[in-house]
Design a protein. Sequence first.
Length: 250
Amino acid sequence: MSIATLAHSLDTAALEARPLPGGGSGLTETAEAYAVQDALLARRLARGERLTGVKLGFTSLAKMRQMGVSDLIHGRLTDRMEIADGGVYDLSGLIHPRVEPEVAFLLGATLRPGGDPAAAVAAVAPALEIIDSRYDGFRFSLPEVIADNTSAAAYAVGPWRGPGAPDGLDNLGVLLELDGRPVQTGSTAAILGHPLRALAAAARLAGPLEAGTVILAGAATAAVPLPPGTHVRATIGGLGAVRFTTGEGA
């Protein structure tokens, strides 16, 4: 299939909440997969979405083991993916959502490939990401998940902390709770050993990244299934907490 045809198929699957069979796209090359991702994003921007940031995938060993891959990848965030901290998110438009805790960065200056990530950071915050592969059963090849914008669906960011916060991010405790019940624990060290390394990777893969860009550094734990009617909270020691509730419409 052509790049445009693959982008159309993925876009339609997301709009109709109807999964595609994984492994049948014919994608084999990373460059071609990112071209499909770009074409998919162009369709969304044409409908009025606005770019807000970048997300990284497969930055933790837990995530790599869960998905059976080892390559670092990136996708894009848009304004229509944002969930207000403490807000309600309707899952009815998703296929089989999962949620994971992350560290979010806000850039205060342009970050170029090879630049100093810490110098570009304006703020850091706890975050939650909803992932929802457009492939049936979360079964896909590496090129296919890249084309699918790395399974990105939505994200929430907690209160931002000032630029001094990155200095102590190397080993903070991470707790993910559903309805007050702990479901995953981990450490920010699971994100490439230090979340700032994810910033450097984001710049290398998708840079230069302008001031105002939000970067999700990658999951600190494995993702868990996300049912409707659930209160979700992620707490990162020293950074605080972020939360939302899923609507009953799914």
